[in-house]
Design a protein around this ligand. Sequence first.
Ligand SMILES: C[S@@+](CC[C@H](N)C(=O)[O-])C[C@H]1O[C@@H](n2cnc3c(N)ncnc32)[C@H](O)[C@@H]1O
Length: 156
Amino acid sequence: MKVHICAVGRLRAGPERALIDDYLTRFDKTGRALGLGPVSVHEVEDKKGGGMAAEAVLLERAIPKGAVLVVMDERGKVIPSPQFADKLGAWRDEGRGDLAFVIGGADGVDPALRAKADFKLSFGAMVWPHMLARVMLSEQLYRAASILAGSPYHRV
Ligand SMILES: C[S@@+](CC[C@H](N)C(=O)[O-])C[C@H]1O[C@@H](n2cnc3c(N)ncnc32)[C@H](O)[C@@H]1O
């Protein structure tokens, strides 16, 4: 199952970018034997200041047809990492070819796009900057693959 991170904003070289690249490379390596990945990042930017609605149009273009859609949202569901791993495994086993995570910009994700989500995932009630949400999601993807692979990265 291919994994897509569809995110508003372009991330320049820097510590967040380095962390994301590292975790996603590790996810790809660990996920290969599990039928997970590769992961690709689709960055969208609306330069005309059209806000959430314009960003949603660009995000929808980046989401493959038929993909499981997970919207990252502080109002979504908080789940433990092993449960997140189980969800990845279950979506893979359903035979869905693509899994897309959406991360919004400063105003969040347009409600119409949010309403289409198969699942809304939260990292807690606090709002994080979008680039940190990207780092955290990348790490959780690697952690989930490690859990499914039975590797000792995740310890409770
Ligand atoms: C700066 S936040 C935007 C928050 C905005 N107040 C809103 O109404 O959604 C940018 C993006 O980061 C992600 N994000 C931020 N905090 C999050 C959290 N606690 N859990 C999940 N995703 C989060 C969401 O995708 C959000 O759209």
